[in-house]
Design a protein around this ligand. Structure first.
Ligand code: SF4
Ligand code: SF4
Ligand code: SF4
Ligand code: FES
Length: 346
């Protein structure tokens, strides 16, 4: 694609034809405040916070394509007025209990309000008085309508990324909100609980239940299925407290399914088996690995001698590595059986 030259606040930059003004500015480390823009999604032009002056006209920079020789102003009296109004309307409708919010210091509304310079005292008398519901009936997600800025990122994620289309805008005017068909609970809709919408929500309106800031993260691979998605485990006090997708992983580019994102509590669960169990006198008793493996070898031999090697079979797991599965089929074949399968087909 051809490269175009344009001027942003008097600075000449070169960008590929077809880019939007916002993309061009961000690529060149020129900040334009924005809320409903997400790099993974098609531009929607909903929030109007990204407004700029392009060749004398006000345009939402996330939707306006660049043109050769274009002169863009990211500020100025007219731009500031429109942008301030857009941000203030969101702030007055927002429950601003930032200190108790899981998104505090990582919130796009905070970032934009700081840039625009919103005065909370001036807005106090316009503040919404009634609290909206906080929906926490879902097993993994909390939806706080008091913090929703109606940017539609969750809706577009569910449509463009996961192709599920479980949520959309519903109702009108002040009662307008994001909900499922028939305003039913998310867990009763066709939502697959992947959490992709939550990951992209720019504010604290969609949060993961019980997630706390980690002390550190560990880069690893999800063990639930053969896809092998790249993940980062959040760890605090020796326990896994959350999972995020690795955007640099070529397998999943940061996306995860419900198992990979939320199915980690088994790791620290008190009922988790940590030693082999051998059934003696009708009761399972803890045993060492040596005892367990000796017993398995003896039973295998017994069956092999009595019924022939083809009577043996093995079920491996999608949760182990390819190398482990390779060794497992080798073991079964060395015992004379080709009956090997995997739990993913059960
Ligand atoms: S959790 Fe996944 S499927 Fe459910 S609404 Fe969000 S993006 Fe859609
Ligand atoms: S829940 Fe989050 S992503 Fe969805 S519309 Fe509200 S603020 Fe935007
Ligand atoms: S996140 Fe889901 S799709 Fe990806 S490896 Fe884990 S279980 Fe498989
Ligand atoms: S970021 Fe451009 S209109 Fe919202």
């Amino acid at each position: 694609m051809a490269m175009l030259q344009l001027f942003v606040d008097g600075r000449e930059i070169a960008v590929q034809e077809g880019k939007t003004i916002l993309e061009a500015a961000l690529e060149n480390e020129i900040y334009i405040p924005h809320l409903c823009h997400h790099p993974d999604l098609k531009p929607a032009g909903i929030c109007r916070v990204c407004v700029v002056e392009a060749d004398g006209a006000l345009v939402p920079s996330c939707r306006a394509p660049v043109a050769g020789g274009m002169a863009v102003r990211t500020g100025g009296a007219m731009v500031d007025r429109v942008r301030r109004l857009a941000v203030e309307l969101l702030v007055v409708n927002n429950h601003d209990d930032c200190l108790s919010c899981g998104k505090n210091s990582d919130c796009k509304l905070q970032e934009v309000a700081r840039y625009v310079g919103v005065d909370p005292k001036r807005l106090k008398r316009f503040k919404a008085q009634e609290l909206k519901p906080v929906i926490d009936s879902h097993p993994f997600l909390i939806r706080d309508y008091n913090k929703c800025i109606m940017c539609g990122i969750c809706v577009r994620t569910c449509e463009e990324i996961t192709c599920i289309e479980a949520i959309d805008y519903s109702f009108r005017g002040y009662t307008s909100k994001i909900s499922t068909l028939g305003d039913n609970p998310l867990q009763e809709s066709k939502c697959t609980s992947c959490g992709e919408c939550m990951v992209r929500c720019p504010v604290g309106a969609l949060l993961s239940k019980g997630e706390v800031r980690p002390a550190y993260e560990v880069k690893t691979v999800c063990t639930y299925c053969g896809c092998g998605c790249g993940i980062y485990l959040s760890v605090r006090e020796g326990k896994i407290t959350g999972v995020r997708g690795d955007r640099k992983s070529p397998v999943n580019e940061g996306e995860l399914c419900v198992k990979g994102r939320f199915g980690y509590s088994f790791v620290n669960h008190p009922d988790r088996l940590t030693t082999p169990l051998i059934k003696r006198n009708g009761r399972f008793e803890e045993a060492s690995w040596e005892e367990a493996l000796d017993l398995i070898a003896a039973k295998f031999q017994e069956v092999q001698v009595k019924y022939g090697p083809e009577s043996l079979g093995g079920l491996s797991s999608a949760r182990v590595t390819n190398e482990d599965n390779y060794l497992f089929q080798k073991l079964l074949r060395s015992l004379g059986s080709n009956s090997v399968d995997c739990c993913a087909r059960l």
